[in-house]
Design a protein around this ligand. Structure first.
Ligand code: 5GP
Ligand code: ZN
Length: 121
C-alpha cells in the first residue's frame, strides 16, 4: 500500500525527491535531511515518509515508527557532528501547532547540536 502523501506539503515533496534535500539517512519509512536554515553547527530533521501533519495526529499504531525515529536521533546526531554526552549532546524539538511554533505541517523532529554559540535556542 502506498504511504499517505499530501501534494501541497513541502516535506512530502522532499520525500518524493521533487524538492532536493541534503540527506542524512533514509529507509523505507523514515527520511532525515539537513535543515535549510540551521540554528547550530548540527541541525537536521527526521521525518516519517508518511504524511502525518503533526505530533497531535499520532495514534497508538504510530508508536513503533516514533520509537524508531527517536532511536535514530542519537545515532544520526553523533554521525553528523554532535559531540558525546554529557559535555556535548544535542537538543530534540517537535514543534506542534500554532502555539508550538510549527511552520511545516508534516511531523518532524529537529535534532540540533554542535559547539555553542547557536544562532537560536
Ligand atoms: P517547524 O517550525 O515547522 O518546526 O520547522 C520547519 C523547519 O523546516 C525549519 O527549521 C525550516 O528551516 C525547515 N525547512 C523549511 N523548508 C525547508 C526546505 O525546503 N528544505 C529543508 N531542508 N528545510 C526546510
Ligand atoms: Zn507531508
Amino acid at each position: 500500500m502506498p504511504l499517505r502523501s499530501d501534494p501541497n506539503c513541502i516535506f512530502c515533496k522532499i520525500v518524493e525527491g521533487t524538492i532536493p534535500s541534503r540527506k542524512v539517512y533514509e529507509d523505507d519509512e523514515i527520511l532525515a535531511f539537513h535543515d535549510i536554515a540551521p540554528w547550530a553547527p548540527v541541525h537536521f530533521l527526521v521525518i516519517p515518509k508518511e504524511h502525518i501533519p503533526s505530533l497531535a495526529h499520532v495514534t497508538p499504531e504510530h508508536a513503533p515508527l516514533l520509537g524508531r525515529i527517536m532511536t535514530l536521533a542519537p545515532r544520526l546526531a553523533a554521525e553528523n557532528g554532535a559531540e558525546p554526552y554529557p559535555e556535548g549532546g544535542f537538543r530534540v524539538v517537535v514543534n506542534t501547532g500554532e502555539h508550538g511554533g510549527q511552520e511545516v505541517h508534516h511531523l518532524h523532529l529537529h535534532v540540533i547540536g554542535g559547539p555553542r554559540p547557536w544562532k537560536k535556542g
